[in-house]
Design a binder for this molecule. Structure first.
Ligand code: ADP
Ligand code: ZN
Ligand code: ZN
Length: 758
């Protein structure tokens, strides 16, 4: 109300009883844990009060923000005179469909994240900025009649154009720029097709039919594979009941044909005109999987990946929301993509750590996907060769139904794993003699060897040979990794870099030596041992340049004797048919991790990397070097397999009350002065002790890395056998912590179901 003269205002309202003011409670894109009230001017209320989930533009301080309506408030939280007006209502309908809106509210609450910030992270940047939701559909590339008539091998001299031609031929409805980009089909190839009048970019009419005639007929672009018995049983189970919420866990060894199960399980869903959401860990690492979805079905497929521009992302999001896209593939954040007619959710490699967002809004994409399926009342299929212990426990408890693929599809044989006891052996470049021999024999047969070392750089430590001094990071309690090109000490925790010193700062000696090996050093060391053999190093450093990973993969897939040296990038997604030997020089890595999930991750990593061997008709072998050959984890994992190992680890967790037997939330606080986060979390711990309710507080204690990037870090771990009680406590504790003066002196966060305790 602009009235500034109190007397006048009173008199006016006494004479003309003003219509009740409409007050909107809004979520603003802000880290504050509160909603904001605004009044809706009568002019904007003419079409009725905007529903929850509609965007409005409001003044905030001196800025203008796009906010989302949460509800109409009966009573304003502040004096009416202080309410500022909504400036514009941007939508005539909510931005998110009802089930997704409920999911958004649930997720923000479950993870104790400020609602406004959570909502804004779920939406594409342009939607957050107020861009209209409905516009002309994106133009698509289609073959011209001439292009359709061209023979499949008509462009042999131009392989890129030929690939583009084949892709467009499989999708007569056309493909949008963003989708083609996701498929690795470049603009130049398309332009070349256009120049030859083989293809063109055309705008398609809006308003597709919904239901069974939503997609082109026939839907299948290629014949489905004939399933083996296990695959058949899995597909039959899932499609046996596509109505209602059914969570499935598909545990299938690498190469067992899980992707084929996904493909065939989605067929009847698509046939009904409904949409399928597929979540994958990292699209950059799994282009083959994405391409298989594209190749199988003629319905539009949108791929949400980090390489999209804001505009492309908006287009993909819209086409999912409008029901134009039949299949939506994306990483973690794609779980929030609205779907007009959702029918099935698939989470591939559901154990993968990348599904958990590790900062800010710390949700777990897989868990949110399951919740979404429940709210949408549709089935959800989680797949992995090495399911998370949480998922296996859910299956054991009957909450998920377990489907198993124990054999490799297409008759390929699984690799045998052998432990190599390296105790007392002389190692050459970190390799035991038996391993060296096996590598030579494999290479002599023209086959490939994969050496898995999950440590990039040249060496993890730079040490003075005369006095024992070790290079440290100035900002972290960590040692920077020595890298070779260019020579530098790089801290992988804070990103800081320094030039390696020539002399020891303590004793002046020039005898500084790298200790231990990373992938760069291993690559160097292997070259003279295997003269003339191509060595490909695959890690974040060697693949930083755009397209370099694809180029390297192409060279590897040409076949021929070669050694692949790499980090876990090699253990994910990619199939290496020519690899018949996998070598793991340091198999003990995760055994002594401070994190209780260390053994689980180690087991998953060993199984995943082993799965890269012997995929085709050739059986493979895995050689795992260890100083702990009697360790029960190895005995059970290699003797009885991943499931038995998981059962053993689950028993250990149950004894300790750790997830999934108990439930955790981790409060983290940090500041440049160590006493501030400690004092802040002590207040939290005291409150937990007083309120009790079965929640235990462990700490506060310094974080495993007590100083990182110049900040002193303190942890308080909350633990409870009962999830509901933990969440009841968090619901009061977290907002209260927010009001403490000490909260403003630290950076703090709450991590519900933390995946890493670092
Ligand atoms: P996973 O995802 O379980 O590792 P994939 O789905 O990638 O396995 O399948 C591994 C290989 O086996 C692929 O090359 C795939 O084409 C092939 N394959 C899958 N199912 C069958 C089948 N029923 N018959 C023949 N080959 C199959
Ligand atoms: Zn020294
Ligand atoms: Zn550092």
């Amino acid at each position: 109300m602009p009235a500034r003269v109190p007397g006048l205002r009173k008199r006016v309202s006494a004479v003309v009883p003003s219509r009740r003011m409409t007050i909107l409670r809004l979520a603003l894109p802000s880290p504050l844990r509160q909603a904001f009230d605004y009044r809706l001017p009568a002019a904007l209320a003419a079409d009725g009060v905007p529903a929850a989930g509609v965007r409005v533009r409001v003044p905030f301080g001196r800025q203008q923000l796009v906010a989302l309506v949460l509800e109409e408030a009966a009573e304003p939280a502040v004096a009416e005179a202080k309410l500022r007006p909504v400036q514009a209502v941007l939508d005539d309908a909510p931005v998110l469909p009802p089930a997704l809106w409920r999911l958004a509210l649930w997720t923000a609450h479950y993870y104790q994240h400020p609602l406004g910030d959570a909502l804004s992270q779920m939406l594409p940047v342009l939607v957050r900025q107020g861009e209209p939701l409905r516009v002309e559909p994106a133009p698509v590339w289609r073959l011209t009649p001439r292009g359709l008539a061209l023979a499949d091998d008509g462009l042999q001299r131009a392989p890129r154009q030929q690939a583009a031609h084949a892709m467009l031929k499989a999708h007569p409805d056309g493909l949008a720029d963003a989708t083609l980009k996701g498929l690795g089909i470049g603009r130049e190839a398309l332009q070349a097709l256009a120049d030859k009048e083989l293809a063109g970019r055309v705008a398609v009419a809006a308003g597709r039919a919904a239901g069974a005639d939503a997609w082109p007929v026939p839907l299948l672009a290629e014949a489905a594979l004939a399933l083996n018995d296990e695959q058949q049983a899995a597909v039959a189970a899932v499609i046996g009941d596509l109505r209602g919420f059914h969570p499935w866990l598909l545990q299938g060894i690498t190469g067992s044909g899980k992707t084929e199960v996904y493909l065939q399980a989605m067929a009847p869903v698509l046939a009904e005109g409904r949409q399928v959401l597929v979540l994958v860990p990292e699209i950059g690492l799994t282009p083959q999987t994405v391409a298989r979805f594209q190749a199988r079905y003629r319905c539009p497929v949108v791929v949400l990946h980090s390489g999209l521009t804001d505009r492309e992302r908006l287009q993909a999001w819209r086409s999912a929301r409008e029901g134009e896209a039949g299949i939506v593939i994306g990483t973690r954040s794609a779980v929030f993509t609205p779907l007009a007619r959702p029918g099935l959710i698939i989470v591939d490699e559901e154990h993968d750590l990348s599904f958990k967002q590790q900062e800010g809004f710390r949700y777990h994409g897989r868990d949110v996907a399951v919740r979404r399926a429940q709210l949408e009342d549709i089935p959800v299929l989680l797949g992995s060769a090495t399911p998370a212990l949480e998922s296996l426990a859910n299956a054991a408890a009957g909450r998920y139904r377990l489907l198993t693929l124990a054999r490799r599809a297409g008759g390929a044989r699984s690799p045998g794993v052998r432990l190599i006891d390296v105790r007392g052996h002389r190692l050459v470049e970190g390799l035991a003699p038996a391993v060296h021999e096996a590598m030579k024999a494999t290479l002599a047969r023209g086959e490939q060897v994969l050496v898995f070392l999950n440590r990039r750089g040249y060496a993890p430590v730079l040490m003075c040979h005369d006095c024992g001094w070790q290079a440290g990071c100035q900002r972290c309690d960590a040692r920077p990794t020595l890298h070779r090109d260019p020579p530098r000490l790089h801290c992988h925790h804070c990103g800081s870099e320094q030039r390696p010193p020539r002399q020891c700062p303590d004793c002046g000696s020039t005898d500084l030596r790298p200790v231990g090996a990373g992938t760069e050093r291993l690559e160097d060391g292997l070259a003279p041992l295997f003269p003339g053999v191509a060595i490909h190093r695959v890690d974040r450093d060697s693949t930083r340049r755009k397209g370099s990973l694809q180029a390297m993969m192409a060279r590897i897939h040409e076949g021929g004797a070669a050694i692949l040296v790499g980090t876990q990038m090699l253990a994910k997604g990619h199939h290496f048919p020519a690899v018949t030997l996998v070598v793991i020089p340091d198999g003990d890595g995760g055994l002594f991790s401070a994190d209780f999930r260390g053994p689980e991750r180690l087991a998953q990593q060993l199984v995943q990397v082993s799965g890269r061997a012997g995929r085709a008709e050739r059986p493979g072998q895995v050689l795992l070097q260890t100083h702990q050959p009697e360790h029960p984890l190895f005995a059970v994992l290699l003797g009885q397999g991943y499931s038995a190992c998981a059962r053993m680890l689950l028993e250990e967790r149950a004894l300790l009350g750790l997830p999934p037997s108990g439930h955790l939330a981790l409060l983290r606080a940090e500041a440049t002065r160590a006493e501030l986060p400690l004092a802040f979390l002590q207040q939290a711990a005291m409150t937990v002790l007083q309120q009790g309710g079965g929640v235990q507080a462990w700490g506060p204690v310094p974080a495993p890395m007590a100083r990182k990037a110049g900040m002193h870090r303190v942890h308080l771990l909350l633990k409870c056998d009962d999830r509901r009680r933990l969440h009841a406590l968090l619901a009061t504790l977290v907002p209260w912590l927010d009001t403490l003066p000490a909260a403003r002196q630290v950076r703090w966060s709450v991590d519900v179901d933390p995946q890493e305790l670092g």
